[in-house]
Design a protein around this ligand. Sequence first.
Ligand code: HEC
Length: 137
Amino acid sequence: MKMTIILKLVFLIIMAKNPALANETILKDFEALAKSSDAKFIKFNISAGEKIFRTERIHSKGDKISCMTCHTPDPKKTGLTRANKVIEPIAPVVNPERFTDMIKVNKWFKRNCNDVLERECTIQEKGDFIAYMMSVK
Ligand code: HEC
């Protein structure tokens, strides 16, 4: 009896200390969302996610913009906002806090997709992007 309580506690501590598990959970949550909103959904696509990250477009205001504008072409590097504030790396391999909080993830997808694409990202695009970032080694 005492042993199972200790085991549970150890498990809880590991969960709390291991954000890798948390971002896998978030990817699964997006997968469930994708499945429930699109009957044809199969899985997220790492190369499509990389394309979202790397595609440059001309914003209607005239500037060239992409996710790399702030997050740099290397997801493992520290980025900069337009106001020159540091953005910690977006790749979980160097920044395990990434993609561990659904509210934060959705808040920034909303803001950044609107900034870059001038529209919100779809669930498929969000999942592809996260899958790509989690594949960066
Ligand atoms: C104008 C600058 C800027 C651009 C362009 C930008 N981002 Fe970001 N991004 C930020 C900032 C600032 C944060 C929040 C600060 C932080 O978390 O370090 C952030 C955080 C995020 C997060 C939160 C991740 C997490 O769990 O912590 C996601 C997701 C994200 N960006 C996706 C994107 C995508 C997708 C694009 C391209 C479509 C993009 N960003 C382009 C500035 C930018």
